[in-house]
Design a protein around this ligand. Sequence first.
Ligand code: PLP
Length: 433
Amino acid sequence: MSDLLARHRAVMPNWLSLYYNEPIEIVGGKGNRVVDASGKSYLDFFAGILTNMIGYDVAEVREAVERQLATGVVHTSTVYLLRGQVELAEKIARLSGIEDAKVFFTNSGTEANETALLLATYARKSDQVLAMRQSYHGRSFGAVSVTSNRSWKNNSLSPLNVHFLHGADRHLAQFRGMSDADYIAACVEDLRHVLATSVGGDVAALIAEPIQGVGGFTMAPDGLFAAYKEVLDAEGILFISDEVQTGWGRTGSAFFGIANHGVTPDMMTFAKGLGNGFAVGGVVARGDLMDGLHAVGLATFGGNPISMAAANATLDYVLDHDLQANAARTGALIIDGLREAAPRLPVVGDVRGKGLMFAVELVDPATGAPSPALAARFMEETKKAGLLAGKGGLHGNVLRMAPPLTLTLDEAAEGLGIIVNALEVVNAEVVSS
Ligand SMILES: Cc1ncc(COP(=O)(O)O)c(C=O)c1O
């Protein structure tokens, strides 16, 4: 065991799990590649869990942060005017498509979701919330209560009364083989049934990830949330889209993931990629909802001058370089390549994705059961070959990958080659055993 790993084990929580049999320390990065402490280089297909959105050592972001540092001001407070916040809020409000949108900045996705849930429960005078099965929304009591993955829940303590919906779980036996239209109809029926049977009085909101991150990039067929929204609108139930993983063009086909469903939500939450590694989160909401709270509030570090400098530079970079189009182009190359390889690899149970957010599900070919062990083997193989991937899903058998939006076509082809090769190695081991 390395010295650093031993020290980590001694003082860090044991539930802070590390990837790989021999965990790595990343000590350098440039473009879409990182280097570990041994000097080994990796093409980064996980990007700090979708957070290094435009890669490493980006001059525009570095210089924006350095300019702010040079003013001598790292923090002022929200009791003073913050130019960076106003500028970024203007951009996000415009991009959101939400009417009269206003923005509140936080430090994380968890805090962003707490804020959105506060706005919704306050506006609707209700503690009842709908969420999706297999979701992940963060680690505070409120965010965990709308999370639907037992591996991420320590207990059932909750400030909210939550009911969970189908919609991202068409692999379940009762939905298998259904067309998109039939599955959407079944899920809308489920929503109506929950509203008829499980709630009392008004419901505040539905919170949903357009593509579930921790859930293993599971996703509802396009159009499900539009169908849900008709039912929600009839009862005045608000809709919160958690865009922490799906925002800023990552899905290639839309700037925010929910737009793939043709829906403009009442609020969106964001974090991760916006600061390209600097801590920033927030919620963009209809102005009446945002202004509706009667108490004052602030987040001390939320939207601080450094994170705003980084976030403004990152968002400008995404827009100036049309990285959404790049995500569509490079993502299609990889997803098409994976789909082409899948039929000859019985360990591959499913390939899914949109833009630069794609996943491969590994199963035991004999039984079709989810195989976290094979996913772990894949992780070791790709590490050896110089590619960082992620793991997730309810059963820990989903390989999820989301490279920086700056990925080049050459890097996409290189990464695809490494992934397919690793799948072939894992597949051959199973077949020969
Ligand atoms: C969809 C989604 N929402 C919320 C969160 C929580 O964000 P944070 O870890 O910044 O609190 C995450 C984190 O993985 C996420 O994936």
